[in-house]
Ligand binder design. Structure first.
Ligand code: HEM
Ligand code: HEM
Length: 204
């Protein structure tokens, strides 16, 4: 039996890991509160659930701003330059090879396409969510511009509703990809956003 040697490096800093955990937890809470509120429809708990949803939304917005700042001033593996890899994405499309084993340390260059998409969707959710807060609940920073403007609601409600499905798909794919990488490529991947350490196969 061949023994595989792994090398280990500290890659993800504690601030990035904290932001990841914060955003992940809030996205899960936002998905749960919106699903529950839609399911309960017109019962009395619904108003409280939408309030909770909005508070989770504000907290997610803080996490998104923190990630933006850290992407500009944080260490190399937290910078946006590591997430933005159009050359690698084009090559993967040409070769039709979308699930390759991780090689260099840092974010997997193909997974980073999904991360960029995630942040774009999360920002649209935050913008449309703030508009819905003003229209439906009469609160928030957009109240002066959109307070109770029900005639404009569809403009914000529809993208907010559609992107919910895509965000759910991102979460499921992200978790599935972490498990699949571990199974297929025999490298501990998921723990990296908890411990900060990444493992890669040693060159033979
Ligand atoms: C359930 C909600 C989750 C969401 C929304 C989410 C979102 C993300 C995002 C946006 C990134 C990019 C990080 C960055 O900004 O630099 C990322 C990376 C990562 N996440 Fe999650 N995550 C979730 C759950 C988890 C869980 C439960 C784990 C396992 C402990 C995990 C492990 C990782 C790892 C290891 C990476 C880096 C992967 C790589 O090296 O390419 N995530 N996640
Ligand atoms: C990122 C994950 C999010 C998910 C999955 C999500 C999901 C949803 C869904 C499915 C609805 C119902 C839309 C409809 O009426 O058909 C909703 C409504 C709403 N969302 Fe979100 N949302 C998210 C983020 C946010 C954020 C970041 C904010 C605020 C900053 C926010 C604020 C709101 C508000 C105010 C409503 C209307 C509630 C009401 O009817 O009183 N959401 N959301």
């Amino acid at each position: 039996m061949q023994v595989q040697r792994l090398r280990r490096e500290r890659v993800y800093d504690p601030v990035l890991r904290l932001i990841h955990a914060w955003n992940a937890l809030l996205v899960v809470l936002l998905l749960i509160t919106s699903q529950l509120a839609s399911w309960l429809e017109f019962s009395w708990e619904v108003a409280a659930l939408w309030r909770l949803h909005l508070w989770c939304g504000y907290l997610l917005l803080i996490g998104l701003v923190a990630r933006l700042v850290w992407g500009l001033v944080g260490p190399a593996h937290a910078r946006f330059t590591e997430l933005w890899r159009p050359g690698v994405w084009l090559q993967a499309i040409r070769k039709r090879q979308f699930f390759s084993p991780p090689e260099a340390m840092g974010h997997h260059p193909l997974a980073s396409l999904a991360y960029v998409a995630f942040y774009a969707m999360a920002w649209i959710m935050a913008g449309t969510g703030l508009a819905l807060a003003a229209i439906d609940q009469g609160v928030g920073p957009l109240f002066n511009a959109l307070g109770y403007a029900f005639e404009s609601k569809a403009w914000f409600r529809q993208p907010h509703d559609w992107l919910e499905e895509l965000l759910l798909a991102f979460v499921l794919l992200h978790l599935a990809a972490l498990i699949l990488h571990e199974r297929l490529h025999h490298i501990p991947i998921a723990q990296a956003m908890v411990s900060g350490y990444q493992y890669r196969k040693e060159e033979p």
